[in-house]
Design a protein around this ligand. Structure first.
Ligand SMILES: [Zn+2]
Length: 272
């Protein structure tokens, strides 16, 4: 599932293609991806201009010129492509927004959704999210406070909890834990201050590097896009069971923790 780096990368690419552009037409292939009937969605969205695109946690918000918002969550399997009908991949499209310079195709929106909301409804949807991981207001002290609300949780469980910090999921939680040399099942309440500080630094380093490398999405955003997905080869532990740890040479293992997969190096990742 796309996380902070993937969604922020999408935000930047979308901003350069569709910010300030008018939505000429709308096609809905799967009404269930929406929160309103397809004909109503089309009627309300067609002709609107996208003012700008904002990311919050793993969501994107398309701000429309009538004050309404399109709230996107790709969940598992969702992705976007921008281009012409001829360029578009041979995949079922759930929603298509056509602009003068190309069309935005929403693909794989099975669990994911594109909801048409008022500003107030969108705010309400997002109100339950914790702070952004890279928000400068999330100081080490505040980060520590947020984590310690989950004293009894395992590290990974706390990191992927969107009400603690918004935007980290399965992949980056494992990558952050690896970089901080902490086990994903380390108990939050028993982390030393020094360990929390390593975790804080690791969160910044991993997310910034992943974003700069284009995240781990499998599919390009448009023809000629060679940036998206660049982080796929950079993951140190995620989805690499049996491979050698690049830090200590140990063998990366995969386990299950609270019905989530976790990947880690049992040799160099510790409780504290
Ligand atoms: Zn190791």
């Amino acid at each position: 599932m796309p996380e902070y780096p993937e969604m922020d990368h999408y935000r930047i690419m979308l901003s350069s293609e569709v910010a300030g552009k008018r939505i000429r037409s709308v096609q809905v292939g799967r009404e269930k991806s929406l929160n309103v009937p397809a004909d109503e969605f089309v009627r309300q969205v067609e002709g609107r201009t996208v003012w700008f695109i904002e990311r919050r946690g793993k969501h994107l918000l398309f701000h429309l010129d009538n004050g309404q918002r399109l709230l996107l969550h790709l969940m598992l399997g969702g992705w976007m492509f921008f281009g012409s009908e001829e360029e578009k991949p041979d995949r079922t499209v759930q929603v298509k927004l056509e602009f003068d310079n190309g069309s935005l195709f929403f693909i794989g929106l099975r669990l994911g959704y594109l909801h048409l909301l008022t500003a107030r409804e969108a705010d309400k949807e997002l109100a339950k999210l914790g702070p952004e991981p890279l928000d400068p207001r999330l100081t080490l002290e505040r980060f520590n406070e947020r984590l310690m609300t989950k004293k009894r949780s395992a590290l990974k469980t706390a990191l992927v909890d969107q009400s603690v910090i918004a935007g980290i999921g399965n992949c980056y939680a494992d990558e952050i834990a690896w970089q901080a040399e902490l086990l994903p099942n380390a108990r939050i309440g028993s982390l030393t201050q020094e360990a929390v500080s390593r975790l804080y630094d690791a969160m910044h380093n991993v997310l910034l590097e992943a974003k700069a490398s284009g995240g781990y999405m499998e599919y390009p955003f448009r023809i000629g896009d060679t940036v998206t997905g660049g982080y796929n080869d950079e993951c140190k532990v995620y989805d690499r069971p049996g491979e050698a740890c690049s830090r200590c040479g140990g063998t990366i293992v995969q386990e299950e923790q609270s019905s989530r997969k976790v990947f880690f190096c049992p040799d160099c990742q510790k409780d504290q």
